[in-house]
Design a protein around this ligand. Sequence first.
Ligand SMILES: Cc1ncc(C[n+]2csc(CCOP(=O)(O)OP(=O)(O)O)c2C)c(N)n1
Ligand SMILES: [Mg+2]
Length: 365
Amino acid sequence: MNPLHPDLPFTRYLAADGRLLAELPPWADDFDLLCRLYKQMVLARLFDQKAVALQRTGRIGTYAPTVGQEAISVAIGALMKAEDVLVPYYRDTAAQVMRGVKMEEILLYWGGDERGSAYVDPGVAEDFPLCVPIATQALHACGVATAMKIRGEHRVAVTTCGDGATSKGDFLEALNVAGAWQLPVVFVVNNNQWAISVPRRIQCGAPTLAQKAIGAGFHGEQVDGNDILAVYERLQLALERARHGKGPVLLECLSYRLGDHTTADDATRYRSASEVKQAWQEEPIKRLQTFLAAQGVWNEAREQALIGECQAQVQQAVEAFEAAGNQPLESVFDYVYAQWPAALAEQREQFFERAARREEGGDHE
Ligand SMILES: Cc1ncc(C[n+]2csc(CCOP(=O)(O)OP(=O)(O)O)c2C)c(N)n1
Ligand SMILES: [Mg+2]
């Protein structure tokens, strides 16, 4: 039984040290699948490290590290069908990349380039760009799911957010409409224990975030978000349930934000080194690696080969990002409105006048 809430399942198969705690579902006998999941997690971690380094050297503007969130995002990327729609937040780049978004597009996005949200792969044309405004995407996902339901399609909208986002009106309104209309939507809450400097324990008075689903009339549950086998199993069931008209699901994944909130943050100012050290003992990649090694399907040689392969993929993405060059400055005005409101049209005019003056050498503002 879940000590935090008697009516809410909590699922974990792997202990922090990779030991098996419960009998695995049959799909987990497929070691090729488990190795593919492991590979994606390693790729996500290496990409993340590179993105932070690019920000530190001034090549992208800001970045939200995803270290520690790999199990959640990779399970999403592995399980969603092509025809489903992902409505992600800013720590789901692993899922985005698995669905067809290019790593260089993620870098363009964080470099402030609009091309980073205009995915070239037609397979992800209906997925949403990553969302920085907190929780607004939960309502967008309900809009998408409403369209799917009206059309009678067997598709699911999957939306993700953090623990802090679950306090927002947008999130609660989204849960309400999802429950009232029994929409084919799955809410994946990445409870990484912190919302910038606000810890989970003062974020909300309820012992779990998953129980918010009960108030909206649908199923919620918790999983260990550092155990990809648990996330995969429960998300698979959630997607099936939503796909077959059995209503929405809220999956709360318990994890930890191992990195700073973003590259503009310094988390040492508000949390202790011992807490972070403890959280590293729980992290998802080592946990799966230890399990796979104990099954005899992973070893140091495979690990080194994988790291080399992933680093080459990341390097290729960096090169593609750098070869993309700069967008024209006026692109900041594009893509938001089909027709500019008067005030924006005026600003755009001023922008061009100033740019022309600058070119003539007369404006040094
Ligand atoms: C509407 C809105 N309000 C405030 C912010 C500033 N902000 C950015 S991230 C964040 C905390 C989000 O925490 P959580 O939902 O737990 O996600 P995490 O970053 O921990 O993954 C806040 C308040 C924002 N981006 N959008
Ligand atoms: Mg958080």
